[in-house]
Design a protein around this ligand. Structure first.
Ligand SMILES: C[S@@+](CC[C@H](N)C(=O)[O-])C[C@H]1O[C@@H](n2cnc3c(N)ncnc32)[C@H](O)[C@@H]1O
Length: 352
């Protein structure tokens, strides 16, 4: 397709990327100093003088932020001393997706992403060293600083939570008695399953740090009699997933691994399954989205995997995942695109 963008616009867009990190922090400052909220509450426009006096900020501080915000189309000047919020400003302040992304970028990604070039060269998450000495972020997740952990979990949960109600209906159509939740993390999904069905039992499989957190959560919700735990590192091919599940559930899990590792894990799933076991894979596929904003978020999330999380995974294209599933000896019985409600597609699989 031929490019239609004019040179002058292309040059402007290039500057948006060049100064992107500075504008990002300008937005964070405007939000965290309460300036966006203050302007939002005074919908018809508010004077800079009022912002300064009510929020105890200097005229210089407020003006330097707002001048950049105007250029980024976050605020609009009604006259040289009066501003109002734009639609973009509204989303930055109030939209849950946008705030989960901002906090994730600020707390989890920002410092480490400067090691992206080295990460690509070395095939390792070189940015992870800003937090600790681990091979992958998952080994250190439970030990991250509180603020970083909070932003990581809010980001992770934001993306999966929207899919939960639809995913529960789809999973329970198969009437499972025993579900294995691989990469079950804090146990949120397992708890949702127990609340959905009064009989079902669950096994959460994950790394030790996450299992400890999940165990506490499950105890606090009084579901310890229905949920058990299995410590496993699925990068170690000697560690086998136990047999006995009616359903094996993997949500936002396989995107933590390279294509080769994914096939190995799916082969491990294969040996744990019998011909009646249903295997569900729920992923936000890069090429199966309705909105440009969704693709934009997912492609950036892939770079977080590169620089911070593991150095070798990314968001899958649906076609690639279908090939990996086949390579592991499984087949897709049904595809459920939840697009429109969430970013995800669920693949219902069986043994070939
Ligand atoms: C992105 S989270 C997904 C959490 C949850 N399933 C969801 O949908 O929100 C990935 C989970 O996989 C686990 N995980 C990552 N690498 C793993 C490994 N090598 N072995 C076992 N679990 C692993 C992480 O600890 C984490 O709980």
């Amino acid at each position: 397709m031929e490019e239609t963008i004019k040179a002058v616009d292309a040059k402007y867009d290039a500057q948006k990327l060049a100064f992107g990190p500075i504008y990002f922090h300008c937005i964070v400052a405007l939000r965290d100093l309460g300036i966006l909220e203050y302007i939002y509450k005074n919908r018809n426009g508010v004077s800079i003088k009022a912002i300064c006096s009510d929020l105890t900020l200097t005229d210089y501080g407020v003006r330097v932020l707002l001048e950049a915000a105007q250029i980024a189309e976050v605020v609009q000047y009604l006259d040289p001393d009066t501003v109002k919020l734009t639609k973009i400003g509204f989303y930055l302040l109030k939209d849950e997706l946008t705030n989960a992304n901002i906090n994730f970028v600020k707390d989890v990604c920002y410092n480490g992403t400067k090691y992206l070039t080295e990460s690509i060269k070395n095939g390792k998450p070189e940015g992870l060293k800003v937090f600790g000495k681990w091979d992958t972020v998952y080994e250190g997740l439970s030990q991250l600083p509180e603020e970083v952990k909070k932003s990581w979990f809010e980001f992770d949960h934001f993306y999966s939570d929207d899919a939960f109600p639809f995913a529960l209906d789809i999973l329970f159509e198969t009437k499972p008695k025993y579900i294995f939740d691989i990469g079950g993390n804090t146990g949120k999904w397992s708890l949702a399953c127990c609340q959905y069905d009064p009989e079902v039992k669950i096994k959460i499989l994950d790394l030790p740090g996450q299992l400890n957190v999940a165990r506490k959560n499950i105890e606090n919700h009084n579901f310890s009699h229905r949920i058990d735990f299995h410590q496993i590192n699925l990068l170690d091919t000697f560690q086998k997933i136990p047999q006995g599940a009616d359903v094996i559930w993997m949500s936002q899990f396989l995107d933590c691994f390279s294509n080769e590792e994914t096939v190995q894990i799916l082969r491990n799933v294969y040996q744990a399954a019998n011909e009646n076991t249903t295997i569900f894979i729920m992923e936000p596929f890069l090429d199966n989205q309705n909105y440009p904003a969704a693709e934009y978020c997912l492609a950036a999330t892939s770079l977080y995997f590169t620089a911070i999380a593991n150095g070798n995974s990314k968001m899958f294209n649906l076609q690639v995942m279908l090939e990996l599933i086949k390579e592991a000896g499984l087949y897709v019985e049904e595809e459920y695109p939840l697009i429109g409600h969430s970013f995800h597609t669920i693949l219902k699989c069986k043994k070939q």
